[in-house]
Design a protein around this ligand. Structure first.
Ligand code: ATP
Ligand code: MG
Length: 341
């Protein structure tokens, strides 16, 4: 949770995708804060808007995306209103991104050394010798031994885990203030996932980088993040420090995500899933987006969209936690119930 002086502040961000002239929901009223030196984990099922949020920050959204409202302030500057020159200066330099598939981000015909050198040349006036030295140092930092020799190798000569490390090394070359990692570990096995997470943790301590790590896996987020943002159908449902979200999830959707975490299943049994289906991007409900799958939903949940309310230092978009929503009034008796635990 931000303690003032946020590096990144997003407020009420709504984005739609135009398909055949019809706007489909991408994000709806997303707000978040990220301070320097913190790791924010963004979690949610497929289609919840995690990548839309990641690409929006550097304004690298697909051409059919439209920012309908809201602001994305990076060190106070609103990137929604920024011109191309400003955005190009920020990208790769102050804000870096690591994607899920390192093979599609690395050029297959250029050596790692050439690619790392080019990444620096685009933003810094430094000579070839220094660029190579910095590249070798960064490979070393991400745990790739014999950095000098490896700079002369091509992407296909490395394993998936090594390529992911190379991508992280490349993104950190210019010591960005913010690193956005969209599913950086999902293509890796469990052991490598752990190593990459430890690496991100160490780097933010050494370099002071703020990290936004995106995953559909709450287990990965639990190991890596300080704070967690839970997304569902393009909306922010809960925002909490990581310890609290595991000890006492507030939103019924967070509870459901925890219940289906892979680590909790019995070995050999099929992975449980949350019953029901995610609303499609063309469905806009009047009420809570999760109401159709929520075991605790009442009529108010289907009728009115919950506000994103503060619960201590946490935030949650659920009628249960909004004393003004009427959720506490039992439908049968009209009596007020005790606060849910
Ligand atoms: P995943 O876990 O599968 O990566 P995600 O949480 O990253 O999912 P997004 O890729 O941000 O989700 O997608 C959010 C919604 O926007 C989805 O309903 C998706 O189908 C839709 N969407 C994404 N890109 C486009 C596009 N270019 N045109 C139309 N709809 C899109
Ligand atoms: Mg995605």
């Amino acid at each position: 949770m931000s303690t003032g002086g946020s590096l990144l502040e997003i407020e009420d961000l709504s984005i739609s995708y135009l398909v055949d002239g019809i706007p489909l929901r991408g994000l709806r009223g997303v707000s978040l804060d990220l301070a320097r030196n913190r790791i924010l984990g963004v979690v949610g099922e497929s289609g919840s808007g995690k990548s839309t949020l990641s690409f929006a920050i550097t304004r690298l959204l697909p051409s059919n995306a439209r920012i309908d409202e809201g602001s994305i302030r990076f060190e106070g500057q609103d990137l929604v209103k920024a011109d191309m020159t400003t955005l190009e200066t920020l990208r790769g330099d102050r804000i870096a991104m690591v994607f899920q598939d390192p093979l599609s981000s690395l050029h297959p015909c250029l050596t790692i050394g050439q690619q790392m050198s080019d990444a620096q040349r685009a933003h810094r006036r430094i000579g070839a010798g220094e660029r190579r030295a910095r590249s070798a140092e960064m490979l070393d930092t991400v745990g790739i031994a014999e950095a000098e020799q490896n700079l002369g190798r091509f992407p296909h000569e490395f394993s998936g885990g090594m390529r992911q490390r190379i991508m992280i090394a490349m993104s950190l070359l210019l010591q960005p203030d913010l690193l956005i990692a969209d599913e950086p570990t999902s293509a890796l096995d469990v052991l490598l996932q752990g190593q990459i997470i430890a690496l991100l943790n160490g780097l933010r301590e050494r370099l002071g980088t703020a990290v936004m790590i995106v995953s559909h896996d709450l287990g990965v987020i639990g190991e890596a993040a300080d704070d967690v943002l839970v997304m569902y159908a393009g909306e922010t449902m809960e925002y909490s420090p990581v310890g609290q979200i595991f000890a006492q999830p507030l939103h019924p959707y967070t509870e459901a995500l925890l219940a289906v975490m892979p680590g909790r299943k019995a070995r050999g049994r099929p992975l449980p899933t949350i019953p029901g289906r995610v609303p499609s991007a063309s469905e806009t409900s009047l009420g809570c987006a999760f109401a159709g799958r929520c075991e605790r939903a009442r009529s108010v949940c289907h009728a009115n969209r919950p506000v994103y309310s503060a619960v201590g230092e946490r935030r949650v978009r659920c009628h249960i936690y909004d004393p003004l929503s009427g959720w506490h009034v039992a439908p049968e008796t009209g009596q007020r119930e005790g606060a849910p635990t």
